[in-house]
Ligand binder design. Sequence first.
Ligand SMILES: NC(=O)c1ccc[n+]([C@@H]2O[C@H](COP(=O)([O-])OP(=O)(O)OC[C@H]3O[C@@H](n4cnc5c(N)ncnc54)[C@H](OP(=O)(O)O)[C@@H]3O)[C@@H](O)[C@H]2O)c1
Length: 334
Amino acid sequence: MIQKQLRWGILGVGQISEILAPAIQSSRWAVPYAVSSRSQKKAKEFAERHGFFKAHGSYQKLLDDPKVDVVYNSLPNWLHCEWTIKALKLGKHVLCEKPLANSLSECKKMIKASKMEKRLLVEAFAYRFHPQTMRIKSIIDSGKIGKIRIIRAFLGFPLNLGTSNIRFKDQAGGGALMDIGCYAINVIRYIVGAEPLRVYGHELMGTKHPVDLTFGGILAFSKEILGVFSCTFLTVRDFQLEIIGSKGNIFVPSPWQPESTHPSFTLQLGTKKQVITSKRGGNVYCLQVDQFSRCIREKVEPNLSLQDSLANMAVIEALQHSSKTGREIKVIKS
Ligand SMILES: NC(=O)c1ccc[n+]([C@@H]2O[C@H](COP(=O)([O-])OP(=O)(O)OC[C@H]3O[C@@H](n4cnc5c(N)ncnc54)[C@H](OP(=O)(O)O)[C@@H]3O)[C@@H](O)[C@H]2O)c1
């Protein structure tokens, strides 16, 4: 019997957990129940800072806690598969950070476990839960900007190259494509509502880091639609999305972290520009926690399916293959 509020537990107390914890705290559907870290001290300090009841000195202890209903997996990419499957097998629902895993084969194992255990698993692309995203999609689907021709997505921010950030670890699903390029691919596929047929990718490797610090990609769809993206750890903060159609275009200044109070984007038809503000804004991470909890409680499908996550990873792998071989790659249906 599922209770009204679900008890959330967090695996790992890193950067993103610091952002998710207040979202769990403020959600009326969730209870900030337990946190876990490899360090008991870190877990205790985090729990005290964010009002969680329990602090565990290992991830396994949190999973063994029968009171935990939902696990938020905020571990580095190379630990997503292992700990998500462990959690699912112990009867927990899992919100797992993006990208869902390090590879397509890992994604498949996670999806299989979610189906077998009948537990919800969702990739934490928070922007997919925000009304701004849905508003943009509905304008496009209404045909207002005509036929979509080009989608451009840019993600960049300065990452300190002198640190030992998880994003610099090669075997660990590091690099710009995995870390932020996954958003660009996800939004382009979502807007088009189909899978690309072919992709071309180009990576710029670091000299001292064994990962792509910059990645550029092209996604070719049928019906004369092209998605173009770039992602990098080497520029000023720059996140943008533009959808260009045969009759108009949409420019989104904050596609992945829409503003809480007045999220807005620009719709241009001919010379006429209109700023559109989503009425029901809110913190994107709170919306994610609310909707994930509601999906469990009310047994409704989340806005982001596991098939969608799988297809996203198939495109990531095709782009990686392309950049290694210098060839255009056909995307295999997942
Ligand atoms: N959705 C978003 O907006 C968003 C934003 C940022 C990151 N992310 C995703 O969230 C995940 C974590 O990113 P982050 O920026 O929070 O990373 P982070 O600050 O490095 O935190 C990762 C945590 O994982 C744990 N960990 C376990 N084994 C580790 C190891 N060998 N090396 C380093 N850490 C290890 C650590 O927790 P303990 O020390 O407590 O055990 C660490 O604090 C990634 O999958 C990333 O893609 C999502």
